[in-house]
Write a protein that binds this ligand. Structure first.
Ligand code: PMV
Length: 327
C-alpha cells in the first residue's frame, strides 16, 4: 500500500463574518501561502486498527485509541471510517503538519480536517468528492466552533473564492443552529492585494460566536440591524469584485470593521493595527474571522504594500502575509 498525502490551504474571510451565522452572505478566499498537510504511511508489520498519530507541532504522538473521541483528529478519522463503512483501518502512521497559525482566523482547524479526511479516504481506497469532504469537515468544525456557518470548511476544501450563504434551518430549531450553505463562486475581474496581519493574540472563535449569540438574544433588533448592514456590505463587495473595481473594497472594509466593533468583537489591538494601516496609506482594513484577536486584513496598492507591512509590524503585528486575490 503506498503512502497517501493530502493538503488544504488556509483561508481568510473578506466580508461577512458573524453575520453569516445568521443567514447573511459572506466572502472568503483561500490563502495558498499557508497549508495543512496529512500523510499516511502504512505499517506493514502493525496490527489492523493500530493507527499512530503524529503532530509534531503540537507535541502529539499517540495511538488513535488513546485520543479522546472529541479530539478533532479522532473525530475526522471516525467521520471518514463511518461514512465509508470501513470496519478497520490497516495499521499506519498519520502525520499532520501545518503552516497555518492556529486560532487566528486562518482556517487551520478546517484545513487540518480536510487534509486528514482526504488522506484517509485515499488510504482506504475510496477517495471522496469535495462536497463530501466538506460535509465531513463541517461535522468536525462543530466541535471547534459549536455552531459554525460552514464557510471555513467550504473555502478550504474547494480552494477557491466563495460567496457563501448559510441555508438556515427551520425557525423551530432556532436561527444559527445547523444548516448547510449555498456556495457561489464568482469572477474576480481584477486581482487585488491584501495584507493579512496577525495580532499575535489567540482568540477561539467559539467564544466570540457565543458572545454574539448572547448579544442577539438580549437585543435582537439591534443585532439584526448590524447583521443586515453587514449583508449589504458583502453584496456590494461582490459587485465591486465582479465589476473590476476592487479599490471600492477599502471603504467597505472600514464600514464592516466598524459594524463588527459595534457587535463587540473587535479589540484594542485590532483597532490599533487597522488604524496604523489606514494611517500608512492602506485603502481599508478590518478584522477577519472571529475577532478579539487573530488576524486583520488590509487592502493595499501593490506599490505601498511594503511600507504598510512595516507600519503594521511597528504597531505590533507579529506576522504579515502579502497575498494577491484572484491571481
Ligand atoms: O475565526 P474563523 O476564521 O474560523 O471564522 C469564523 C467566522 C464566523 O463567522 C465568526 C463563524 C462562522 O462559523 O462562520
Amino acid at each position: 500500500m503506498p503512502a497517501f498525502t493530502a493538503s488544504a490551504p488556509g483561508k481568510v474571510i473578506l466580508f461577512g463574518e458573524h453575520a453569516v451565522v445568521y443567514g447573511q452572505p459572506a466572502i472568503a478566499v483561500p490563502v495558498m501561502q499557508v497549508r495543512a498537510r496529512a500523510t499516511i504511511t502504512p505499517n506493514i508489520r502493525g496490527n489492523a486498527g493500530a493507527v499512530r498519530i503524529l503532530a509534531p507541532e503540537i507535541g502529539l504522538d499517540k495511538m488513535l485509541d488513546e485520543l479522546d473521541s472529541a479530539h478533532a483528529l479522532a473525530a475526522a478519522i471516525e467521520g471518514v471510517t463511518k461514512h465509508l463503512g470501513a470496519t478497520h483501518i490497516p495499521a499506519c502512521t498519520l502525520k499532520v503538519s501545518s503552516s497555518i497559525p492556529v486560532a487566528s482566523g486562518l482556517g487551520s482547524g478546517a484545513a487540518v480536517s480536510v487534509a486528514v479526511i482526504r488522506a484517509l479516504a485515499g488510504y482506504l481506497g475510496k477517495p471522496l468528492p469535495n462536497e463530501q469532504v466538506s460535509t465531513l469537515a463541517y461535522e468536525v468544525e462543530k466541535i471547534h466552533h459549536g455552531s459554525p456557518s460552514g464557510i471555513d470548511n467550504t473555502v478550504v476544501t474547494f480552494a477557491r473564492p466563495v460567496y457563501f450563504t448559510r441555508k438556515l434551518p427551520s425557525p423551530s430549531i432556532g436561527r444559527g443552529a445547523g444548516g448547510e450553505g449555498l456556495i457561489e463562486t464568482f469572477h474576480i475581474a481584477k486581482p487585488f492585494s491584501i495584507i493579512i496581519a496577525d495580532t499575535g493574540i489567540s482568540s477561539p472563535t467559539k467564544a466570540t460566536v457565543s458572545d454574539v449569540r448572547r448579544g442577539w438574544e438580549v437585543e435582537p433588533k439591534r443585532y439584526e440591524r448590524l447583521f443586515a448592514a453587514i449583508g449589504s456590505i458583502s453584496r456590494a463587495a461582490r459587485q465591486a469584485i465582479e465589476s473590476g473595481h476592487p479599490e471600492r473594497l477599502g471603504a467597505l472594509m472600514n464600514e464592516n470593521h466598524a459594524l463588527l466593533d459595534e457587535m463587540g468583537v473587535s479589540s484594542p489591538e485590532l483597532d490599533r493595527l487597522t488604524g496604523a494601516a489606514r494611517n500608512a496609506g492602506a485603502l481599508g482594513a478590518k478584522l477577519s474571522g472571529g475577532g478579539r484577536g487573530g488576524n486583520l486584513i488590509v487592502l493595499v496598492e501593490a506599490e505601498n504594500a511594503e511600507a504598510i507591512r512595516a507600519a503594521l509590524r511597528r504597531a505590533g503585528a507579529v506576522r504579515t502575509i502579502l497575498t494577491c486575490v484572484g491571481d
